[in-house]
Ligand binder design. Structure first.
Ligand SMILES: [Zn+2]
Length: 414
C-alpha cells in the first residue's frame, strides 16, 4: 500500500538585500504524493548524494538522515542539503568564494574544518534551522544583535536531547542558509551577529537556561515556540508529528494605554519615573503589557509596589483618562459571586445577587448587590476600602451593573 507523504515545491527567492538566498515553499504548491513519486524521491536522492560527497558518508547512510522524521522541517519546509553545501561556497559573508571570512566548526576565521559524525550531522542542522525559524527575523535595515555564540548555547539547550551539542560554526551555517541577516561585529573574532529578535532570544534563553530568572510574562515568547516544543517532544516519544505551522502575520495590536504610558518615560515627575519602571519591567518580561488601565491595576496588585509607586500609577491612569476622550472608567476583576434565594414578604420569592471585586489597591473589595425581591428591589455598589474610597469614585451615568471607577485627582477636581 503506498504511503502518503507530503512534498513541497521549492523556489529560490532573493530574501535580503545582501543577495542572500533562502529556500521557501511557494504558497499553494503543496501537493499530495505517494511514496513512489519521482520528484520527492529524486530530491531526497540528490540531497543524499550531495551530503554523502560533502561529508564523506556512505550514500545509504546519508539517505537515512534525509528521511529521518526530525529532518523534515517542523516550522517550515524540509531543509535542502544541496543548498546547505552551496551556502558554504556562495554566501556573501561566510562563503569561501567571497574571499572573506571562512566558516568552520568554531566560527569564522578559525580553522575552516568540519567534523561530521555521519549519523546525525544533517538531522542536527535541520533542527538548528527549525530552532532559528521560531524567532522573528529583524526588520530590513535593522542591525543584527544576537551573538551566534549565545544563540548556539540556547540552541543546544532548547534542542536537547535531540541535539545536545551545537557548534558556533553550525549555528552560523544554518542561519546563513536560512537567509537571516548576518553581520560581523566590529571587534572581529569567531562569532557573528544573527538577525533574530533579541527580546525573543532572551526569553527563550531564560526559559531553557538553569540559573537564569524565568520570564514571568510571555509577550516575548516567539511565535513558533510552543509548536516546536510540542513537535520535538512528540517525535522524541517515537510518535509521528503531523501539525503544520504557519507564521502568524505580524499584527499591530491595539494597546493605546501601554503606548501612551511608555511614551511618558523620560518625564521629570512621578508619572515619568513610573513609566520608566513599567517599561523596564515589560522589557525584562517581569510582568505583562497593560493594554488598559484595568490591566495596569491587575499588574500592580500582583507585583505589590511601594505606596509611592502605586500612587504614581494611579496618577498615570488619571492623566490618561483626562486626556483620552474615549477612555472608559476602570473595572477590576471579580473575586467571587453568590445568588441567594430569599422569601418574599408576602409578594413572592426572589433572590439576592452579590458580587465582590478587588478594590483598585487590592487591600479591600468592591461590593455589588442586587435585591431581586418583589417589592424590595434594591441595587447597590460600594467600595469596601478606606484608601480607595478616598482615591476613586464611581463614574456618573452608569447603572449599578455597569459601574466604573475614576481616580479622584489630588486637588479634588474630578
Ligand atoms: Zn483599596
Amino acid at each position: 500500500m503506498p504511503i502518503q507523504s507530503r512534498s513541497t515545491c521549492w523556489t529560490e527567492i532573493s530574501l535580503m538585500s545582501q543577495g542572500l538566498h533562502a529556500w521557501v515553499a511557494e504558497p499553494g504548491t503543496e501537493i499530495e504524493m505517494t511514496s513512489d513519486n519521482h520528484s520527492t524521491n529524486r530530491a531526497l536522492q540528490k540531497d543524499a548524494s550531495a551530503w554523502a560527497e560533502f561529508t564523506g558518508t556512505k550514500y545509504t547512510a546519508a539517505l537515512r538522515q534525509m528521511k529521518d522524521p526530525l529532518a523534515q522541517g517542523i516550522l517550515g519546509g524540509r531543509v535542502d542539503a544541496r543548498h546547505l553545501v552551496d551556502v558554504l561556497e556562495e554566501h556573501s559573508l561566510i562563503g569561501a568564494r567571497g574571499g572573506g571570512a571562512v566558516l568552520g566548526e568554531n566560527g569564522v576565521g578559525a580553522e575552516p574544518s568540519w567534523t561530521f559524525n555521519r549519523r546525525s550531522d544533517f538531522i542536527e542542522l535541520a533542527l538548528i534551522t527549525d530552532m532559528l525559524r521560531m524567532f522573528t527575523p529583524v526588520a530590513a535595515g535593522e542591525t543584527p544583535e544576537v551573538s551566534s555564540y549565545s544563540l548556539k548555547h540556547t540552541a543546544e539547550r532548547f534542542l536537547s536531547p535531540h541535539c545536545s551539542y551545537v557548534s558556533n560554526g553550525r549555528l552560523i551555517w544554518a542561519a546563513a542558509a536560512l537567509g537571516l541577516p548576518i553581520a560581523a561585529p566590529s571587534d572581529g573574532g569567531p562569532n557573528l551577529l544573527i538577525g533574530v529578535s533579541e527580546r525573543e532570544h532572551d526569553y527563550v534563553n531564560r526559559m531553557v537556561t538553569s540559573g537564569r530568572t524565568q520570564p514571568r510574562a510571555h509577550h516575548y515568547q516567539p511565535a513558533g515556540y510552543t509548536h516546536l516544543q510540542t513537535a520535538l517532544a512528540t517525535l522524541a516519544s517515537g510518535q509521528p508529528f503531523e501539525g503544520h505551522w504557519v507564521r502568524p502575520a505580524s499584527t499591530s495590536e491595539e494597546r493605546p494605554f501601554h503606548d501612551w504610558l511608555v511614551h511618558q518615560d523620560g518625564r521629570d515627575d512621578v508619572v515619568g519615573d513610573f513609566a520608566s519602571d513599567y517599561s523596564a519591567a515589560v522589557r525584562a518580561s517581569d510582568h505583562g503589557i497593560a493594554h488598559t488601565p484595568d490591566e495596569l491595576l491587575a499588574i500592580l496588585r500582583e507585583v505589590r509596589p511601594s505606596p509611592e509607586a502605586y500612587e504614581a500609577g494611579r496618577q498615570a491612569i488619571a492623566e490618561w483618562m483626562d486626556t483620552t476622550p474615549d477612555s472608559t472608567p476602570v473595572r477590576t476583576e471579580r473575586i467571587r459571586s453568590s445568588v441567594e434565594d430569599v422569601d418574599g414578604y408576602g409578594a413572592g420569592r426572589g433572590d439576592v445577587e452579590r458580587y465582590e471585586y478587588w478594590c483598585p489597591c487590592g487591600d479591600g473589595t468592591i461590593i455589588e448587590e442586587h435585591d431581586n425581591v418583589p417589592g424590595f428591589r434594591e441595587h447597590d455598589v460600594r467600595i469596601d476600602c478606606d484608601k480607595c474610597r478616598a482615591e476613586w469614585r464611581f463614574a456618573d451615568g452608569r447603572s449599578v451593573h455597569a459601574w466604573g471607577l475614576e481616580p479622584i485627582a489630588a486637588n479634588g477636581a474630578r
